[in-house]
Ligand binder design. Structure first.
Ligand code: ADP
Ligand code: TYD
Length: 220
């Protein structure tokens, strides 16, 4: 509720980057941010899970590295931890949507939908996908994206890129079958326009960041 203050109109566009582990989301986010800034747009960046900043994200990390007993075995428990991490960032996201032209988010609600559906061998119409939408959008009140960018790369290429990074791979990253099913769910979510409009980008080639940033701003 707004008490004693004028409600400020949301001006920012919530742009989400989605894709497999190692698909190049972080790299795309950095390049896109620079392209937005060259156009004079004010950009705020967020990334989920918020490892190091959120107790829920740190529990996710523990679970994904086998340090949380059987929590990682429960798909719904993992979905709730990821969702609680975002719930903790809700106010900051809403504030940034008031103060910035673009709020660029590396992984968001669709990551939860894609990975948990893949774990349960469900597709984009699966029960867990709708359960996550109800939890995160309706119950937690998280803002719905304006645009979701799916950075699509062949599963093998994403795995190779993920392996070359200098850090320990987690349970999901080590599971090639999960990544392949996840890729298929992402394709399905994009096809049906789940939650918000999607734009599929070919992550194995070069991106035209200037053109992409222009389109994303012009769509407002
Ligand atoms: N378009 C690209 N071409 C070649 N290598 C890339 C490209 N995008 C990302 N990489 C490399 O792949 C690895 C994973 O990229 P990153 O952006 O960290 O992926 P993600 O955030 O999706 O896990 C990094 O080493 C990065 O330098
Ligand atoms: C944000 C999010 C990530 N995930 C998955 C995707 C990844 O496999 C894993 C960890 O996220 P990831 O972005 O890969 O973290 P990092 O690259 O820093 O290790 O969690 C979900 O299942 N649900 C979510 O809501």
């Amino acid at each position: 509720m707004c008490q004693g203050r004028t409600r400020v109109a949301v001006v920012g566009r919530l742009v989400v980057i989605e894709g497999l582990d190692g698909s190049g989301k972080r790299t795309l986010g950095a390049a896109l941010t620079e392209a937005f800034q060259r156009r004079g747009a004010k950009v705020a960046q967020h990334a989920f899970p918020r490892y190091g900043d959120s107790v829920h994200a740190d529990l996710v990390s523990d679970a994904l590295h086998g340090r949380l007993g059987d929590v990682a075995d429960s798909v719904h428990s993992m979905a709730v931890l990821f969702a609680l991490d975002r719930h903790g960032a809700r106010d900051a996201l809403l504030r940034d949507l008031e103060d910035f032209d673009v709020v660029l988010v590396d992984r968001y609600i669709a990551s939860n939908a894609a990975y948990q559906a893949a774990r349960l061998h469900q597709d984009e119409h699966g029960e867990i996908v709708e359960w996550i939408r109800q939890l995160e959008v309706e119950r937690f009140g998280l803002p719905v994206p304006d645009r979701q960018l799916l950075l699509r790369v062949p599963v093998d290429l994403a795995a190779t890129r993920a392996e070359t990074r200098d850090r320990v791979r987690d349970t999901y990253e080590k599971d090639g079958g999960l990544q392949a099913r996840c890729s298929a769910v992402y394709d399905g979510l994009a096809r049906v326009g789940w939650l918000a409009p999607w734009q599929v980008l070919d992550g194995s080639g070069d991106q035209d960041f200037e053109q992409l940033s222009g389109t994303l701003l012009a769509d407002a």
